[in-house]
Design a protein around this ligand. Structure first.
Ligand code: GRF
Length: 203
């Protein structure tokens, strides 16, 4: 049950996968971690846990397609059941998304369809929403737009700063994301016709 995880930064979500596997809450192994940034702290987390790492810097490629091709080839050598975007801050081309169609997950720090894109915590505060949170979704060609699998939320009223809000949302993410991966690897959820299906026989 191989997973490949793509990161760009701190990798706290990656850490939640490492921990969930150790605690036997997630029956999987992380085949590789790939970062588009050489200084991503998540690479150290991977190395400390004997997980192979790759750095593929987008600046070294002339086009998005060339970068995505290298990325896809690197992932495919591990033949993963699941590809997890965990704070991976690059928009992926339709060609890439199609290769991993139905087995590519992303986590986005908002209650989608609210606030696709950046600065989600500030935007939620500015809008004085009642709730804010995070969403795990299958990736399709539309940015932050694929079918939503699950969301975790909190009440916004007690927060006034985006920084503390981000911290709280990330704590929710660390519980949510490995759970969704476990559903997927247990064949409890599939993507079909741009929707998510929960397979009743396995629940
Ligand atoms: C997460 O909050 C995720 O929702 C967003 O980027 C952040 C990544 O954090 N896409 P980390 O690198 O996993 O710590």
């Amino acid at each position: 049950k191989n997973i490949v995880i793509l990161i760009s930064g701190s990798g706290s979500n990656l850490q939640s996968f490492i921990d969930s596997i150790k605690n036997q809450q997630l029956d999987a192994s992380i085949a590789a971690v790939i970062s588009n940034k050489a200084d991503a702290y998540g690479l150290q987390r991977a190395t400390q846990n004997q997980i192979p790492t790759h750095v593929i810097e987008h600046g070294a490629f002339e086009t998005r397609e060339a970068f995505d091709k290298q990325l896809a080839q690197t992932i495919e050598q591990y033949q993963p059941r699941l590809v997890v975007l965990a704070g991976f801050m690059r928009i992926l081309s339709p060609t890439f998304v199609n290769i991993f169609h139905g087995r590519l997950l992303n986590i986005h720090p908002s209650l989608l369809p609210k606030y696709p894109g950046l600065h989600t915590h500030q935007r939620a505060l500015d809008s004085q929403d009642e709730y804010h949170g995070s969403s795990v979704h299958f990736v399709t060609e539309e940015l932050d737009g694929g079918p939503i699998i699950a969301q975790a939320r909190l009440k916004l009223a007690t927060f006034s700063e985006p920084e503390s809000l981000q911290k709280a949302v990330q704590q929710l993410e660390h519980q949510l994301y490995p759970k969704v991966a476990a559903w997927f690897l247990g064949e409890q959820i599939t993507m079909k016709d741009n929707g998510v299906y929960f397979e009743s026989k396995k629940l």
